[in-house]
Design a protein around this ligand. Structure first.
Ligand SMILES: [Zn+2]
Length: 260
């Protein structure tokens, strides 16, 4: 982030410190992208158009590799991309993936590793277009074969950490859901809320918590900005803590109607 990114900072305030597309937490660098005009320079970000979204460097790299002209599929500022029921355009699943590391010549270095990754799957053609454009499961994932063939150098250097970060969020959500199923006190909810704010991937959290707990009120309390949480929750947190958490900025893309 630079001091010249006033427009970008305003976007961060309204969207949150998360990539609009992959929901990765963005403590530092980000890019601003408009579906109408493509990637914006730092100067252009000062007058970012209404369709501007914040992208992490990995989503930016994917857009640069693809053509930014034409159909972008589903975009969260204008389309519903997620819901808790089966009609959701994006669904998140923990799947077993055959992973092969490659040498610099593209030859396999090992036998197949069976890995578990939290992938996003598109249930509609526009959703699949979006996943492909932003390479939301990384450019090395082959959905049809449920396999990853990735150069060892790219794997070791975390060239694209999104898939592994989403999987870590899935696993953290699984552990949190187990704790929440046993005790649902305000302190535990507050702790889960802070974990979600620190990891991002709110759709992944929503998916796991909903499948495990089926408690809509709980989801709203840990995923929605304080203004959308219950007054009781705000009181339990204390007004200072609620204010410190800010408004919608803490929870990118979390729209109340998406959890209903
Ligand atoms: Zn991203």
């Amino acid at each position: 982030m630079t001091s010249s990114s006033a427009g970008g900072d305003a976007l961060l305030d309204s969207i949150g410190s998360y990539c609009s597309m992959c929901e990765l937490f963005l403590p530092n660098a980000y890019d601003v992208w408009a579906s109408s005009s493509g990637l914006l320079s730092r100067n252009e970000q000062n007058t970012a158009p209404a369709d501007a979204l914040i992208l992490c460097r990995y989503c930016t790299a994917a857009v640069k590799r693809a053509s930014t002209t034409g159909e972008h599929g589903l975009l969260p500022h204008r389309d519903r991309t997620f819901s808790l029921d089966a009609s959701s355009p994006f669904i998140y699943e923990l799947v077993t993936v055959d992973q092969i590391l490659l040498d610099d010549d593209g030859k396999p270095l090992n036998t197949v590793q069976r890995m578990q990754y939290a992938v996003v799957v598109g249930t509609t053609a526009p959703a699949r277009s979006t996943i492909a454009l932003f390479a939301l499961n990384t450019r090395y994932y082959d959905e049809a074969g449920r396999s990853i063939r990735i150069p060892k150098s790219a794997y070791d250097s975390l060239e694209d950490p999104r898939l592994r970060a989403r999987t870590e969020a899935w696993n953290a959500a699984t552990r949190a859901a187990a704790r929440l199923s046993r005790a649902k006190g305000p302190l535990l909810r507050e702790s889960v809320r802070a974990m979600i704010a620190g990891t991002g991937f709110w759709s992944t959290w929503a998916t796991v918590l909903w499948k495990t707990l089926h408690d809509r009120e709980m989801l709203i309390e840990v995923l929605m900005p304080p203004a959308h949480s219950s007054p009781t929750h705000a009181m339990q947190m204390g007004s200072a803590a609620a204010n410190a958490q800010g408004a919608a900025a803490d929870f990118s893309g979390t729209r109340s109607d998406w959890l209903s």
